[in-house]
Design a protein around this ligand. Sequence first.
Ligand SMILES: [Zn+2]
Length: 730
Amino acid sequence: MKRLLSLLLLSLPALGQAPATPPDALQCEALRHKGDPTARACYQRLTRALDPAVQAEGFWGMGDFRSANDAFRAALKLRDKDPAPRVRWGRMYLDHWQASEAQDLFQEAIHIKEDYAPALLGLALVAGEQFEGQAISFAEKALKADPKAYEAYEIISRVHLEDGNPPKAVEAAHKALDIYPEALDAMAVLGTMDLLNDKGTSSWMTKVLEINPHYGNAYAIAAHFFIINRRYDEGIAQYRKALELDPGLNSARSDMGVNMMRLGLEDEARKQLEQAYTAGYQNPETVNSLRLLDSYKNYDTFRTPTTILRLSKKESALLNPYFQAEFDRALATYEKKYKYKLTRPVQIEAYPNHEDFAVRTLGMPGLGALGVTFGFVVAMDSPSARPPGQWHWASTMWHELSHVYALEMTNHRVPRWFTEGLAVYEETAAAPDWGDRLDPGAINAIKGKKLLPVADLDRGFMHPTYPEQVTVSYFQGGKICSFIAQEWGYDRLIAMLHDFGDKLTTPEVIEKELQMKPEEFDKKFMAWLEPQTQKTVENFDEWRKRVRTLSGLIKDKKWDDAIKEGEAIRDMYTEYVEKGSVYEFLSQAWLAKGDKLKAMAELERYSKIGGRDPQTLKQLSELLLEQGRKKDAAAVLERLNLIYLADEEAHSRLGAISLDLGNAKVAAREYQAVLTLKPTDPAAAHLGLAVAYKMENRINDAREEVISSLEAAPGYKPAQKLLLELSGKE
Ligand SMILES: [Zn+2]
């Protein structure tokens, strides 16, 4: 978003309240506004001014941020009680990708003068950059303080367009133009709408270039909107136009590089990012993206005709069989469900270091989350990127792969709420224990009647107004898709997808496929959702209180009381399987009392609903095994594999059970996994693998493994015995 703002500081001397900009600098700005090449000389003159605030403007205009910074510091010393230089300094920081420093300065200015419009405008810009809900309210405050602050309307216009509300965006852009007919960014937003609607060209863009033939930023604004609408190829084309008009627009060059990386165009991405970096544009996105490109040498790439899998060398041997299997299974499933064949292989990248993955999502609105899809490229955390049990990697992979189809099938026209809703729906459709459960955020939103109308649901993703709104919107989108699948059939969801591809809006699609107005749909949806969640919503406060009591009883080892309390509250909120779940407490209490069957029953409930803690799941597999329920124990460990993979004990156990069950393929996969983890007892793992191979009649492979086993432990009797058996099979 930074690129949008760098040139927003243009304003004319005649406008509104006294601007924060010193008059001398306004003259230079007016030249720059027109793209006049003498602007540079104008700024250069300012650097020789006596007033450090004016000097600062000169250095800033020349792109010398360091000297500008020093000059602003001096200006503040001279004019401690003046909000103006503070705001200008803040705007410079915004220009230099340091939003939090900018924010501090704007707030200081407001402490000096409460209704200081330029400072309120600055806060609106910061909020807009960070996709925060208050962007519009700050802009409105700025307009209250100074009704002629046209930039505030430009911000409002942009935010509405980001929220998928073109009519409001048009209205605000025209208000900016009513105040200032040369408001370039307002024109750029209007022009962007033409381009997003596939008009190819726009008279608004022509107008921009008539005023300033080098205003590449107009196309950088358009690019931003193509990107946040996930139309990456077209976004890159807009960046190219921006750079043709203004080759020095390094913010656009950097953003273009970042987005080329997202599409897997790594060579050109590197070229563009390096060019921006060398020119001094060294914001975190540029630096981190270059670093990430360098780190790709530490990754292995596995290819099939339909898939490309990029895994860190540190863990590729462990992850590859599991990732490839789910990757193939998901693509085959979706091809059938969506009745659609992808035209290119899909690439999945799994990052063991969450920070590397985060680089992939920088500058993206909403939750950084666990995975993100850019057309045919999916980037996600690897199972080792987060604490074991915190998330379900296979569910995330299936979620992202659903996006690949939704984007392709609609030529990237699907609205955010629908593609997220469908992806959330698919997680649970793949397996009931996968997807996200009803969480406290969603419970509070239902209770507080904060779910959004379907026609406005995109807003919950783009500009959340409360902290959990993004996750609540995922939940709501998923439930809406469940509702539609249940009431109208799954194929209706696919029909809706095609409608979005035909560029119908959400209200139009709802009317066409469900034969009702969106408002009526909202009512029907709530009437469907409420009974399902009512019990939990009503009991949530009591449950929360009593689960704390329960935790205390467990700590004090008051097992009988704990069991009584646990059984009383367990079904108030059945879906809670996170840390400190009632199921785990109950099982702990039953175990302490020596009732393994009851303990096991609680953990079976926990696992069936979707509990993910590896220790707990291993414990369940052990209890099942003690009861001779080998198949069920194996199923629990298979579940664990989709959650966390670097657990030697779990793989060994599943290997042994699989041998017992005569399932040689799974046993071999599991013992191989053990061996990639540099196990404490490699001899046993090699032997297990040998037995599995023997079962499959792979005698040479089996012999090789026995020999490896004996190399690790020369006197290992079971291996010696198997070697003897195998030599008889020559
Ligand atoms: Zn998603």
